[in-house]
Write a protein that binds this ligand. Structure first.
Ligand code: BDP
Length: 716
């Protein structure tokens, strides 16, 4: 008895000593995400902040202003390790003021002309001197800007920046910044790797899980302003009155955080009959014999349903629609076009300011033999036919969310239709929540890709944000990686992807490095060397994943449906374009999909000079080589290697990088929170093992066609 008590005491002392050394929370379970607000360990920084931040005021009495007050209070108390009073009115002692520019308390303190371009959500943070006293002022045109500005200020402090440099002006470049949840009503999450859905439909509307608020807060902290709650493979039941009631409870919780709620709808909702989608029986919730968008009864049904929603949720955002894709019903079932389908919904939503996000993820085999061409073939002819409140929402690439794809050529090719960019935060094809893959470099690669749609300088980002084409509305969506796992995202480092998505949606000019840097400092450590080691590991992780999974333009050779491990030999699917062999086309001559002008012609969907550059294996960027070309095994690469040697080298480079990630992390024991250390170490060892499986299975399989020895100093 005595003995075990002593052991417990020793263990506890050990535990507290351990915690003492980490500024970011005790035994971090990841729940607090990047908002840990651990007391600043650098005494010089702490002293400089403490000297200037003693009393704060957030003027205004709205629910949003209360949230801002609470956040500031929580953040400052944690970071400074002392209670900083945050009142609702400015006094002679106040040295941090958060107030709308119209607030009298600001009288003459800020240059209001700087606010003119900031819209409803932008903010200005300045450090000023008044009567010999320093003050920090966070101001905006509207209170949502104050909320974002407050998180901006806290981030500045959390990352230990110098107050002398505090002069921030920021506004979002894209208006609709949404998460898309692929959450089913039964609590499962399609392509979710972090537990079950956050939405407890059975408990709603009565019981409001406290996590709903934490979710909204986390999103607001990175500038996300909307959420689509349910899976694009939508169950019509979401539109039943009892579900609208449940959804309205969530909308009420999210509203003061600036987050609007949207829903995915099933195009067959108005019908009374049962139908089957992907093996699941679904029933419409209406009483109509049809969901033909040109049928007046169907149009009236949607109008009534929309009114019913807005009666309960006045700021409801609108509908996301997957139609005539992967078995989902849609207007083509009635020989109507995507535009006719979308416009029917748009008409119902327009009086309330709602919008339709009509997905371009369609790939009917009758349209073209090459899946990569189909969205473009179907949608480009419809340009100009959509109502003004319709977005066409497209994935970044022409096939699916692969580790690397060239850009979806639709971007820039529909000048009269605002295109919303859909990225995938959940790592469906990039190692689920088992692999550490920091996605910002991948998203930046897409965002910075110059489409040449309006001549040089037409990056995807500048199309999406309405700079190149005069879009009347702009939007970006990220397929969420959040579930009810305690740490939200399964892998601790997957939190960085949620964070990075929000930051890039707000400002796509931020660099992957800067975002990683912020996230590491907010989530893990300020220790310079450690920050550098972790950042380096993150920045190389996506290329490593491409290398050990699908280098040089290979794609879609993952395990059938599960999409985690390799299955390059997969050939027996209900559709050819679901098999791996359809995509890699390996044979005794070579490997790759010929999409040149002599092949499927997909290159012609791109603007010049890309269509010419992609068209020849000599000029095609090698990272896309096997996407666009069927290349002989002996083809000479720019390195001087043959193609076969180059493929081998990439696979080995991928696993080598993972090995070095493991080494880096192992050496960080004692430098980061021990609980996080153990969690990440465990996942990295899975990644290391599985990356090697990827390499060996793919090389062994492809070797069966190349008939050449594995090129490396050692064989798998
Ligand atoms: C595919 C996913 C599937 C989604 C589909 C989509 O495998 O689960 O339903 O995309 O985006 O990548 O609709």
């Amino acid at each position: 008895m005595q003995f075990s008590r002593i052991v417990v005491v020793i263990l506890m002392i050990g535990f507290f000593c351990e915690c003492e050394r980490f500024s970011h929370g005790q035994a971090d379970d990841g729940y607090e995400l990047w908002m840990k607000y651990g007391t600043i360990q650098d005494t010089a920084v702490l002293d400089s902040y403490s000297a200037e931040i003693r009393a704060a005021a957030v003027t205004g009495q709205s629910p949003t202003c209360s949230i801002i007050r609470d956040e500031l209070h929580r953040g400052l108390a944690g970071l400074l390790g002392k209670v900083v009073e945050v009142s609702d009115s400015v006094t002679g002692q106040t040295d941090v003021i958060v107030a709308c520019c119209s607030c009298k308390a600001l009288g003459g303190l800020v240059d209001k002309t700087r606010l003119e371009t900031l819209g409803e959500e932008g903010y200005l943070i300045q450090r000023i001197e008044k009567a010999g006293r320093r003050m920090i002022v966070v101001t905006a045109n509207e209170e949502m800007g104050l909320l974002y500005g407050t998180f901006g200020l806290l981030r500045f402090l959390q990352t230990g920046k110098n107050l002398n440099n505090l002069n921030l002006i920021s506004r979002p470049r894209i208006h609709y910044r949404l998460l898309n949840h692929w959450d089913n009503l039964d609590g499962t999450v399609e392509r979710g790797y972090a537990g079950k859905s956050l939405w407890k439909w059975k408990e709603l509307p009565e019981k409001k899980d406290s996590r709903y608020t934490d979710y909204a807060r986390a999103n607001a902290s990175i500038g996300i302003n909307g959420t689509v709650l349910n899976n694009v493979n939508a169950n019509p039941v979401i539109l039943k009155p009892e579900y609208i009631e449940k959804v309205s409870v969530l909308a009420d919780i999210f509203r003061p955080y600036g987050i609007r709620v949207f829903l995915s709808i099933n195009f067959s909702s108005p019908v009374s009959a049962d139908f089957e989608i992907n093996g699941n029986r679904r029933a419409g919730i209406g009483d109509l014999p049809t969901s033909d968008p040109m049928d007046p009864r169907v149009r009236a049904w949607w109008k009534n349903k929309t009114r019913e929603i807005y009666d309960r949720i006045p700021d409801f955002g609108g509908f996301l629609v997957k139609a005539n894709s992967e078995g989902m019903p849609g207007p083509q079932d009635y020989d109507r076009s995507h535009a006719e389908g979308a416009n029917m919904l748009a008409e119902a939503l327009a009086p309330y300011g709602g919008l339709v996000m009509w997905r371009a993820f369609v790939y009917n085999a009758e349209v073209d033999a090459d899946r990569a061409k189909r969205a473009y073939c179907e949608f480009v002819p419809l340009d100009g036919q959509f109502e003004p409140n319709v977005f066409v929402q497209s994935k970044n690439g022409p096939v699916d969310f692969q580790p690397r794809e060239p850009i979806q050529p639709l971007f820039g090719a529909m000048p009269q239709t605002p295109l919303m960019l859909e990225l995938q935060i959940t790592q469906e094809y990039l190692g689920h929540s088992k692999h550490l893959v920091y996605l910002a470099p991948m998203w930046k690669e897409y965002l910075e890709f110059d489409t040449y749609a309006g001549g040089k300088g037409s990056s995807l980002a500048r199309i999406v944000d309405g700079t190149v084409l005069p879009y009347t509305m702009t939007g970006i969506a990220g397929v969420s990686n959040i579930g009810n796992d305690r740490n939200w995202t399964g892998h601790f480092f997957a939190q960085a992807n949620w964070f990075a998505f929000g930051r890039l949606a707000w400002d796509h000019t931020l660099t992957s490095e800067a975002i990683a840097d912020d996230w590491i400092r907010m989530s893990l450590t300020w220790q310079e060397n450690t920050v550098a080691e972790i950042r380096n590991m993150m920045l190389h992780s996506r290329e490593a994943c491409v290398n050990y999974m699908t280098p040089l333009g290979l794609h879609h050779i993952m395990q059938a449906d599960f999409h985690y491990g390799p299955q390059p030999g997969y050939s027996d699917a209900p559709r050819r374009d679901w098999t791996s062999v359809y995509y890699h086309r390996a044979d005794s001559v070579g490997i790759g999909f010929d999409r040149s002008s002599a092949g499927s012609g997909a290159v012609k969907q791109y603007f010049s000079p890309w269509r010419e550059l992609f068209d020849s294996p000599e000029t095609c960027p090698e990272k896309y080589l096997l996407w666009f070309h069927h290349v002989p095994w002996d083809f000479t690469m720019r390195s001087g290697h043959t193609l076969w040697e180059e493929i081998c080298s990439h696979y080995f480079a991928g696993t080598d990088t993972v090995d070095s990630m493991v080494d880096t992390w192992t050496a960080l024991e004692g430098q980061v929170n021990p609980a996080v250390f153990r969690h990440v170490a465990g996942r990295l060892s899975i990644q290391q093992k599985d990356a090697a499986i990827w390499r060996d299975s793919c090389l062994n399989y492809f070797q069966g066609f190349s008939n050449k020895a594995i090129y490396h100093e050692y064989s798998p």
